[in-house]
Write a protein that binds this ligand. Structure first.
Ligand code: 5GP
Ligand code: MG
Ligand code: MG
Length: 204
């Protein structure tokens, strides 16, 4: 698998440090209130991030999952996400923290926020490991005292990368399409423990 990697954007150590910081922020913010907290992981991409962050959140949280489908096998969103598997927990009156691998156009988390809002959540926060604000199409409207937590921002292609012109296809996007730490390309590479960009010839 390592032969397919062009470069690593965030190492295991960097990820671990940042996840600890996010977990303390969340523990501090939600530890002050009396309503229960439900941590909702968005399958499958949030798998590793969820497992890491819940171990560092110092609160008696409930953990559940949703499944949302909007992506094909490529690097572009199909646009309209659908919830194909809902939470088992009744979120009414509870703090909901949606755990995502990456917020791109914002369609997926916005769909989940309106879903949990209609189910009567007390507050809705989003905690995303990565954020691509440059590609946002819909603004993410949180609920109640809900907050937007993010691990790292995926920035535009670096200058040196542009010069090499290695990415004729990806250069059309303002940022990297990343894999690893739960994130896939055509369902592969989720088990890489770091976040990376594949060699150009791997994106077909
Ligand atoms: P949105 O609905 O915000 O456009 O898309 C969110 C979803 O798109 C993410 O949860 C993720 O599954 C997928 N996505 C967006 N950017 C990337 C990326 O760079 N790499 C991977 N593997 N998935 C991405
Ligand atoms: Mg996701
Ligand atoms: Mg995907």
């Amino acid at each position: 698998m390592e032969n397919d990697i062009d470069r690593v954007l965030w190492t295991e150590e960097e990820i671990s440090r940042r996840v600890s910081e996010l977990a303390s922020e969340i523990s501090g913010d939600l530890g002050r209130t009396s309503s229960p907290t439900v941590i909702v992981g968005v399958a499958t991409g949030a798998l590793l991030f969820l497992a890491d962050i819940v171990r560092k959140i110092d609160l008696p949280v409930i953990v559940d999952f949703v499944r949302v489908e909007s992506y094909g096998s490529g690097t572009e969103s199909s646009g309209s996400p659908r919830i194909t598997s809902d939470v088992k927990i009744d979120v009414s009156g509870k703090h909901v923290v949606v755990i995502e691998d990456i917020v791109d156009t914002g369609n997926t988390v916005s769909c989940l926020i309106s879903h949990f809002k209609s189910k009567g959540a007390h507050s809705i926060s989003v905690c995303t490991f990565l954020d691509k604000p440059a590609r946002r199409r819909v603004s993410v409207e949180l609920v109640g005292e809900g907050k937007f937590y993010r691990g790292f921002e995926v920035r535009h292609l670096r200058q040196d990368h542009m010069k090499q012109s290695l990415y004729p296809k990806i250069l059309e996007c303002p940022d990297y399409f990343v894999v690893g730490y739960g994130m896939d390309y055509a369902e592969v590479y989720r088990n890489l423990p770091y976040v990376s960009v594949l060699k150009p010839e791997k994106y077909t």
